[in-house]
Design a protein around this ligand. Structure first.
Ligand code: HEM
Length: 228
């Protein structure tokens, strides 16, 4: 039991938790993206509706989903404790900021970027997840099975230019967060070696650009196809 308390109270332990939960969420993003890309089929939403119906009723997915929410909570909670600890250790801050001479803007702004992503996730969950679970969403019958028309819910919200703009901006913010977060997670886990650091950081940067860009493509494409 004491190792759990030690892990949760030491700075290194907290950084390891940040890294592990961060890597899980990075994996979640890729899986979520693959599912969402089905929104781009020209099939009236059939593939996406079947996918969301499967996700909502598969018991294993439901367990993963609960774990997902727990990891999001843990990632945010531990980052807050680290932030507060840093502020307490250096309440006045550096008199002369090193600027971008030895760190990138995204590495210095992880808390700000993370806070915006939290706002995005809150609004996103309310718009889709909450409405699908507790709201009144139109039904559709596919292969004799009645299910929520999740496609119509998403398509309708992406006819609003403000919503599309918000998604695009949020994906830019997500890209900056991942730009630093990916390589940083490997470093916190001690999985860095001069020989492989370039490859890890390159992979992280590629991931940080491609995944948010594909996420942003979905509302843009749907807006251009469905609006008006
Ligand atoms: C175009 C982009 C996106 C679309 C169309 C989309 C769509 C959806 C939909 C329809 C759901 C509800 C699924 C269900 O309840 O069965 C959902 C859930 C969720 N989305 Fe997204 N999403 C997008 C991007 C993102 C991004 C970038 C993040 C994170 C930064 C995110 C985080 C989540 C989370 C945490 C859930 C809850 C998943 C769970 O139940 O475990 N989404 N999304």
């Amino acid at each position: 039991m004491s190792w759990i308390i030690n892990t949760l109270t030491s700075t290194i332990g907290r950084k390891v938790i940040m890294a592990l939960t961060g890597l899980f969420l990075i994996l979640f993003l890729a899986v979520h993206l693959v599912g969402n890309l089905q929104l781009l089929y020209h099939d009236g939403g059939e593939a996406f509706n079947l996918y969301t119906q499967f996700m909502a009723h598969n018991p294993l997915i439901q367990i993963v989903s609960k774990g997902n929410f727990f990891f999001i909570f843990l990632h945010i909670f531990v980052s807050l404790t680290l932030y507060v600890r840093n502020k307490k250790a250096r309440p006045i801050g550096y008199k002369v900021s090193a600027g971008n001479s030895n760190s990138t803007w995204s590495s210095r702004s992880m808390a700000l970027l993370g806070t915006f992503i939290l706002i995005f996730i809150g609004l996103h969950l309310y718009g889709f997840w909450f409405n699908l679970k507790f709201g009144e969403v139109a039904m559709v019958t596919i292969d004799g099975v009645s299910m929520h028309n999740a496609y119509a819910l998403v398509a309708e919200s992406y006819t609003i230019p403000g919503v599309v703009a918000f998604y695009i901006f949020s994906m830019i913010v997500l890209a900056f967060h991942l730009w630093h977060g990916f390589a940083s997670a490997f470093q916190s886990l001690g999985l860095n070696h001069p020989k492989y650091n370039g490859i890890i950081s390159g992979m992280g940067k590629l991931y940080a650009v491609i995944i948010p860009a594909l996420f942003a493509l979905i509302p843009i494409y749907m807006y251009l196809n469905n609006a008006g």
